[in-house]
Design a protein around this ligand. Structure first.
Ligand SMILES: Cc1ncc(COP(=O)(O)O)c(C=O)c1O
Length: 397
């Protein structure tokens, strides 16, 4: 009998993790059986990609832009990304500083694969985006987590990150604004951290996927804030801000030597993203002001509804996130954990929310509610959450 054998990398990917999606999988099962479930768990924009981008992509398909493209990305898109960077940053950006990937996930994977060997240490603040876990597992990285505690509303903590850096640390990866907490680093914090990492000979990677979904103040990129860019990498993309998650379009901006490595990585693993997708992305970046603002305004108004309603429910609390697509709700007064709360909320009221623990220990007493849902569904979910917490139906924990 043949016994299949797999690589260490695949074994690492296969290792058991907290089952992030267990509650949501059960919610889908219930919905499949005809139950009226309200989903507040996904981070996929519930808007259609704006029509002008669709039209542009159709037109490019129509003229045969369906062939291979350069490994680093189509010049028109690399130019559009570089132009944006140059406009907002004191450091000019050239298309040669940009590498295009099929989505932010692949950009993160490529960057970390080029920067670290298996077993090497990366420092990452938590709560952190769930998607980092399989990437770090696949690359067999030694992840040193830095807690951003709930008591500070999970605020970005430069001091704690600096203290976590050891002689073994090869890279720090931050996320600003953060999924799930909405926390944002200030320009001063980014500048200080970049300078410290440079001094310690450590890469600083910044995942800025929510850079265009900010409510209180504008996002400042690590690349804009840092004084020296030699150790700095910024990752961004169109999945969230442009409701283009399914187009798979992200990028990394870095200095020449890393760009060369990333291009080789992209050449070996992807061999170029689709031409028509990249051209539509370039178009989207040039003509996006109106629809990005519209979607951001909708997220802001949904955030305000959630925050206002939660503040009126006894025993639940939340802060108003200044960015991103999520609200973190503290359930510690009514449940043993976010997991227990999410499970019994689904049982009792058929609302699906994500438990906080898989994002990091600091979020274990929280659940994550998405802003990527229709206002009427958000209101319906909040009615049910209120009933759940205030009535006898709560069996959380
Ligand atoms: C913080 C963060 N980074 C990266 C990604 C992945 O982006 P993409 O869908 O473009 O792969 C996500 C998606 O949820 C995210 O929240």
């Amino acid at each position: 009998m043949y016994t299949p054998r797999f690589s260490n990398q695949s074994d690492a990917l296969n290792q058991a993790e907290a089952d992030v999606w267990a509650v949501s999988d059960r919610a889908h099962e219930l919905a499949g059986k005809g139950e009226d479930v309200v989903f507040l768990c996904v981070g996929d924009p519930n808007f259609d990609t704006p029509e002008p981008i669709l039209d542009f992509a159709r037109a490019r398909l129509g003229v045969g832009r369906t062939h291979y493209s350069p490994a680093a990305g189509e010049p028109v898109l690399r130019r559009a990304i570089a132009d944006i960077e140059t406009r907002v940053s004191p450091h000019p950006c050239s298309p040669d500083d940009v590498v295009v990937f099929p989505g932010g996930t692949n950009a993160i994977y490529g960057v970390l694969a080029c920067l670290l060997n298996p077993g090497e240490q990366i420092v990452i603040p938590e709560p952190m985006y769930i998607g980092y876990v399989p990437i770090c597992n696949a690359l067999r990285l030694d992840v040193r987590k830095v807690s951003c505690p709930a008591e500070t509303n999970f605020a970005f903590d430069t001091g704690a990150i600096k203290r976590a850096i050891t002689d073994e640390t090869r890279a720090v990866m931050i996320n600003t604004p953060v999924n799930p907490t909405g926390a944002m680093a200030t320009p001063e914090q980014l500048r200080e951290l970049a300078a410290y990492c440079l001094e310690r000979g450590v890469w600083l990677v910044s995942d800025e996927m929510y850079s265009m979904i900010t409510f209180a103040r504008h996002h400042t990129s690590l690349r804009t804030a840092a004084e020296n860019l030699d150790n700095v990498v910024v990752i961004d993309g169109l999945s969230k801000s442009h409701a283009m998650s399914g187009w798979r379009l992200g990028w990394a901006v870095a200095r020449g030597p890393l760009v060369e490595r990333l291009t080789q990585f992209a050449g070996a693993t992807i061999f170029g993203c689709p031409q028509f997708v990249q051209e539509a992305a370039a178009f989207a970046l040039e003509f996006d002001a109106y629809f990005v603002r519209q979607m951001r305004d909708a997220y802001r108004s949904r955030r305000d509804i959630i925050v206002e309603r939660i503040s009126r429910i006894p025993s639940l609390s939340c802060y108003s996130p200044e960015a991103g697509m999520f609200v973190m709700v503290d359930v510690s007064a009514v449940a043993d954990s976010g997991q227990a709360f999410a499970e019994s909320l689904l049982d009792a009221e058929r609302v699906s929310v994500l438990p906080g623990a898989p994002f990091g220990a600091s979020a274990a007493n929280h659940v994550r509610l998405t802003l990527a849902a229709e206002e009427k569904d958000i209101r319906r979910a909040l009615d049910r959450i209120e009933r759940f917490v205030t009535s006898g139906s709560r069996r959380a924990g």
